[in-house]
Design a protein around this ligand. Structure first.
Ligand code: GLU
Length: 463
């Protein structure tokens, strides 16, 4: 059975970059009929916050990316200690005492000599007496994994065959001087014990994968399948990290982006297939294949989410939004017809409130000076609400006969007079939903703008 995990550190809100990782893992599990684990990589007690655990859960919930199981690394520290003991016993974990400043100096020396800044393993040569002396000085040892200096190879689900020379990598620190277990070890222990079969993560983890494969083998395990997706950049190719705030899932949600718009875009961006609007996660999973994705950095433009959101809303039947319409205060009896009328004119769902206000309270007529007389004449021919499906046709025919206007010169000023806008749903569909029509405001003495007190012309007394 396929088992995947999404392993965020709860040190910030989810953003589109890590959502992509979550989605890919979710889809791989779904396609494999398997399980998806939400694992909080929270071994850093200072930076990990409950607030972020809650917000990550809320974001995944909103997106419909349900998880089968939840894990916290902070509750598994004994497992990591046990694995560390085994590595020590196998001679693969050694204690080192260099301070960050000393390590930095070593790195700079090597770079100056034109050599790669790989840790020189000086700690391996320390005798027990020397270590004891260092401890007496107050130094606390950190623990490094002793890499086999050989090539590590794997067949990557996205990158294809990958080969990394472990001799070009420093022995990774697995446990800090203060005893904190680091991600590299915790992740490996979890992946093994939780039966993870597939790890999909960002290309920034490729080197980690090489070292983690060695650690897994040293612990007697078999590595899972790995796939590394490219990193997202902004529309100009700039690092996404610069604008993460505005690309957090919560900000996108607050901006009115619909989950399916976001998921549809992320499921295809950077792949060989064109972006398509999917109607459900199931439909999205059907066409999903990691092999379609490439290694090149992938540009993400939040502006693409607007049209996808609008198209998604336009495609939704009333049933799918009944609850949201009720929450927005749209009366249940009118909601189906209302939704049918406005759904193609929304840039975000919350626009329904504007349309509803317009229909229930009437809109201040939008009138160009040159049309003022025409509109006044036309409104005089309009009976008060309620209207039906024929009302628009009858009214415009009467206005045409009286004024001689036709085509756009007839229809547009009338639309603007009734709705206060120059665009919107078919007027024949909208009129039956109108409960009030506002009168034309008297022009100022100087002939400029209306005075703001809008008399009510007709009284459809509902609300
Ligand atoms: N917490 C790690 C990260 O967010 C997880 C990486 C992994 O998937 O192994 O980068």
């Amino acid at each position: 059975m396929t088992v995947t995990r999404f392993a965020p550190s709860p040190t910030g809100h989810l953003h589109v970059g890590n959502l992509r990782t979550a989605l890919f893992n979710w889809l791989v599990a779904r396609k494999g009929g398997g399980r998806f684990i939400l694992r909080f990589d929270d071994t850093d007690p200072e930076r990990s916050k409950q607030e972020y655990v809650d917000s990550i859960r809320a974001d995944l919930d909103w997106l419909g990316l349900a998880w089968d199981r939840e894990e916290f690394q902070s509750r598994r520290l004994d497992r990591y200690a046990e694995a560390a003991d085994r590595l020590r016993a196998a001679g693969r974990l050694y204690e080192a005492f260099e301070t960050p400043a000393e390590l930095d100096l070593k790195r700079r020396k090597l770079l100056n000599m034109g050599r790669p800044p790989i840790y020189d393993r000086a700690a391996l040569k320390l005798t027990e007496e020397e270590k004891a002396a260092l401890r007496r000085e107050g130094r606390r040892g950190h623990w490094r994994f002793l890499l086999d200096r050989e090539r590590v190879e794997w067949q990557d689900g996205i990158l294809g065959p990958v080969s990394i020379d472990a001799a070009s990598v420093s022995d990774p620190v697995l446990i800090r001087g203060d005893g904190q277990v680091l991600y590299t070890l915790a992740s490996v222990v979890d992946d093994m014990e939780m039966g993870i079969t597939d790890v999909v993560r960002g290309a920034d983890h490729v080197t980690n994968t090489a070292t983690q494969i060695q650690i897994i083998r040293a612990l007697g395990g078999e590595p899972p399948r790995f796939a590394h997706h490219s990193l997202l950049t902004g529309p100009e190719g700039e690092a996404l990290s610069k604008r993460l705030g505005s690309l957090s899932i919560r900000e996108l949600r607050e901006a009115g982006v619909e989950p399916m718009a976001l998921l549809s875009l992320l499921a295809r961006l950077g792949s060989a297939k064109p972006v398509e609007l999917f109607s459900s996660l199931d439909e999205l999973a059907e066409g999903f294949d990691l092999a379609d994705f490439g290694a090149a950095p992938t540009r993400f433009n939040p502006a693409d989410l607007g049209p996808l959101t609008a198209r998604h809303l336009a495609s939704l039947p009333h049933d799918a939004v009944a609850g949201r319409l009720a929450a927005a205060g749209i009366p249940a009896d009118i909601a189906p017809a209302f939704w049918q009328a406005v759904r193609e004119n929304l840039t975000r769902f919350d626009d329904v409130a504007d349309w509803w206000r317009l229909l229930s309270e009437g809109a201040a007529p939008l009138v160009e000076e040159k049309d003022r007389e025409f509109v006044a004449e036309a409104l005089a021919l309009l009976p008060p609400p309620p209207y039906d499906a024929e009302s628009w046709k009858k009214w415009t025919a009467a206005v045409k006969e009286k004024t001689g206007r036709k085509g756009k010169a007839l229809f547009m000023p009338l639309r603007k007079a009734l709705t206060g806008r120059d665009h919107g749903p078919d007027m024949a569909v909208l009129m039956p939903l109108m409960r009030r029509v506002r009168a034309l405001e008297a022009p100022h003495a100087d002939g400029a703008e209306a005075d703001g007190t809008s008399a009510e012309r007709a009284a459809g007394k509902t609300g």
